[in-house]
Design a protein. Structure first.
Length: 278
């Protein structure tokens, strides 16, 4: 009788893990199948990001991002490096109220050189967001769910800024391959799916459903504080004039306390569950 609850917990754990795998598989199939169901324009893209997280204390961190992306120009040029697409700088503040929650805010400036889905060229965007990250489970892996609401103010051809809101929700799975946690010398696999919905704006159209982004890939921890990731994402954007598909290849570098030459144990933030795999 004492082992029945344990059996139920194990079964629930197995069913949930299978369920998440099915969701990711169906999402990939849905993206692919929907994209070929009607007129579709496909873009090949490349992006990279450098991220550094600096400790402020046991409950707070600051994060800085610098990124850029390139895009193809269909139907004539299919190289992912055909044209610069976007660059951005972004700053985050993270607060850890508990071991399972991380609350975040960011402010960013984007240079939209060539963005196909909003037909924008050489204009700027000011973006800010509130985000909550929740740690779901961990037995040799990390499973995170993330909710973000963005305030996007995009410069139009008249050089005025149009505002709209976008809601993003993501499920992310991270699996260390040759160890139980991500540290120096550990390889790991990453899989995530993210849904986007938005309000209406002249520059972005009347569609409520914005896009779905499926990401697969892996990473390697060069040191305990430095990781490199190679990722592929399939992004499906349903539009009344025809679907858009972004196939993006990414190289990302992440650092912890890159600019801190020494660590004060009284100031260094305690690592929480949400950090592993985020």
């Amino acid at each position: 009788m004492q082992q029945l609850p344990i059996l139920k917990i194990n079964q629930a754990f197995i069913y949930r893990k299978i369920g998440y795998s099915i969701v990711l598989a169906l999402s990939f199939f849905f993206n692919w199948n929907s994209a070929i169901g009607q007129t579709t324009t496909r873009y090949q893209q490349f992006s990279n990001e450098f991220a550094d997280v600096e400790s402020l204390g046991k409950k707070w961190t600051l994060e800085f991002n610098l990124g850029q992306s390139y895009t193809s120009i269909p139907p004539n040029n299919h190289s992912p490096f055909a044209k610069a697409s976007q660059f951005y700088v972004r700053g985050w503040a993270h607060y850890y109220p508990s071991s399972r929650w991380k609350l975040s805010y960011f402010f960013a400036l984007f240079g939209n050189v060539s963005i196909p889905d909003i037909e924008q060229s050489k204009n700027f965007e000011i973006r800010s967001a509130l985000q909550g990250t929740y740690y779901i489970n961990k037995i040799g892996y990390s499973l995170l769910t993330r909710f973000r609401i963005e305030d996007r103010r995009i410069q139009n051809d008249a050089k005025t800024f149009e505002a709209y809101y976008r809601l993003r929700t993501q499920l992310k799975y991270t699996q260390p391959i040759n160890g139980k946690v991500i540290r120096k010398g550990i390889y790991y696999a990453v899989a995530s799916d993210e849904l986007f919905v938005k309000t209406q704006a002249a520059i972005t159209g009347r569609d409520f459903f914005d896009r779905n982004r499926l990401t697969l890939g892996g990473g390697y921890a060069l040191t305990d504080d430095t990781q490199v990731e190679l990722l592929y994402s399939n992004e499906w954007l349903p539009r009344s004039s025809g679907n858009l598909v972004y196939n993006t290849y990414q190289i990302n570098f992440s650092f912890t306390d890159l600019f801190r030459k020494y660590k004060d144990k009284n100031k260094t933030r305690e690592m929480h569950s949400v950090d592993n795999g985020n």
